[in-house]
Design a protein around this ligand. Structure first.
Ligand SMILES: Cc1ncc(COP(=O)(O)O)c(C=O)c1O
Length: 458
């Protein structure tokens, strides 16, 4: 018994009763169990045996503000003592109203109407429904397809899953027939890009690929394009400077809505409040979650452009056919408001820009490893790609297994990371409050991890 927790007893109960995300009911073997985390502070998390881990991924990309910030706990407690919950379909709470107004103010362009959800997948569902209904209300019922990108992840509910770009190539076939509106286009991926990986400047051929897909589908059948701007799930791919403006142009040319999924990139992660601002991009709908509350409460949002909302306002059929009991939960909204205050007060976007550059320099310094492939990132959203060997850029023979081994080594060395599609990219997105010394520590662990991986598995 360490830390007041009986790890073995907790693992035994988990083996018996806990069915974890994306796992079979009992994936840990007869004596195993999930690592159990019991506490956190700043950039650190502690397990039930008292072992400390550097949190390299902000606990599923959410914890922008760092762990255990008293101001966020206070905001939750204050709201719980005043009005813990209400019928969110028929009544509004001050935190929901204030948060909607605040999001309208800080998001780019003329995004102005906010629908709150309990999480990210439901925000994506909302965005898809709004896009389809928008075209229907405008007399274009044939426009129902949504173009996503290869390897994209936009969520796990049926609608969101229909626009997952065959993430890990394993899941959607289990549920066929899925809602049939998702279509997949290639994403830019400079390290292996068929168009431009050997050129100093990326061409815009990837954006043109997207246009080809739209043309092949017939633009008159397409409602929207959805993108996570940095293609996080498919290995963190930072688009070349002209890519997003070109996509915007293509959407406008064919009358498509552009849904920008900032569930990971929002709230300072990439060095600006929203990644869209790197390219002066004006989305038609933006989806948000994770950093919206820094993970302190579950909340998501779809923020819709004023002109689109206007079409709904002018139609007798303009009611949104969506709503969930816990969408716009007052405690979650109160925490999100306090979180945005904190992000602005501490200039977390500026901190992410500065520390992101520092982290990226550290990652690039690992190129002496023969398995080092590429390091890339924007702000504190980085990917470290490891390969069979640097010269050939070949993928490891089994990228998913390689990713599993590398992640386990990092965990043994005290670093929590994730691996991204197809498995051989380590994801590094720590809380934006991480210190430079902690970044050094993270890079030192990665250095040792690559060495250990090469020794054991090559
Ligand atoms: C870009 C993106 N969109 C949507 C989602 C789905 O969010 P949630 O897990 O809250 O349903 C995720 C989750 O990781 C995501 O990364």
């Amino acid at each position: 018994m360490e830390n007041g927790y009986d790890t073995q007893a907790l693992k035994a109960k988990a083996r018996r009763h806990l069915w974890m995300a994306y796992q079979p009911p009992e994936p840990f073997g007869p004596d195993g169990g999930p690592p159990v985390l019991v506490a956190a502070e700043g950039t650190w998390m502690v397990d039930s045996d008292g072992k400390r881990f550097l949190d390299g991924v902000s606990a599923l990309e959410a914890c922008i503000a760092g762990h255990i910030r008293p101001e966020l706990a206070d905001a939750a407690l204050r709201q719980m003592q005043q009005l813990e919950f209400l019928d969110v379909f028929r009544y509004a709470s001050p935190p929901a109203v204030e948060l909607a107004a605040r999001l309208a103010e800080i998001t780019p362009g003329t995004l102005s109407r906010v629908h709150f959800t309990p999480g990210g997948s439901e925000a994506v569902e909302t965005a898809i429904k709004v896009a389809m209904q928008y075209h229907r209300l405008g007399g274009r019922p044939g426009r129902y397809k949504v173009i996503t990108r290869e390897g994209a992840y936009h969520g796990c509910t049926f609608g969101a899953m229909a626009v997952d770009g065959d993430y890990f190539g394993t899941r959607t076939h289990l549920y066929d027939p899925l809602p049939g509106f998702g279509r997949i286009a290639p994403a830019p991926y400079r390290y292996r890009c068929p168009h431009c990986s050997d050129q100093p400047q990326c061409t815009l051929a990837c954006a043109d690929d997207l246009e080809q897909v739209i043309m092949a589908e017939d633009p008159e059948t397409v409602a929207a394009v959805i993108m996570d701007p940095c293609a996080t799930a498919s290995s963190v791919s930072i688009p070349p400077p002209d890519y997003m403006p070109r996509v915007r142009e293509i959407c406008d040319r064919y009358g498509l809505l552009f849904i920008v999924d900032e569930i990971i990139t929002g709230f300072g992660r990439t060095g600006k409040m929203f990644a869209s601002q790197h390219w002066d991009l004006k989305p038609d709908i933006m989806t948000l979650s994770k950093g919206l509350s820094s993970g302190y409460m579950p909340i998501g949002a779809a923020v819709v452009d004023e002109e689109i909302a206007q079409v709904f306002m002018e139609s007798p059929e303009g009611a949104l056919s969506h709503g969930q009991t816990y969408g716009g939960h007052p405690v979650a909204c109160a925490v999100a408001l306090a979180n945005i205050d904190l992000i602005e007060r501490e200039d977390l976007p500026g901190q992410a820009a500065d520390k992101g550059d520092y982290l990226l320099r550290g990652l690039k310094a690992l190129r002496h490893h023969r398995t080092y492939g590429d390091a890339r990132g924007l702000g504190l959203l980085c990917g470290l790609e490891f390969v069979h060997d640097q010269g050939s850029r070949r993928l490891p023979d089994d990228p998913r297994a390689a990713g599993y081994h590398m992640r386990s080594i990092c965990q043994d060395l005290g670093l929590i990371t994730l691996t991204l599609h197809p498995g051989n990219v380590l994801f590094l997105a720590p809380p934006l409050t991480i210190s430079h010394a902690e970044i050094d520590h993270m890079v030192d662990i990665l250095d040792r991890a690559l060495g250990r991986y090469e020794e054991r598995y090559l």
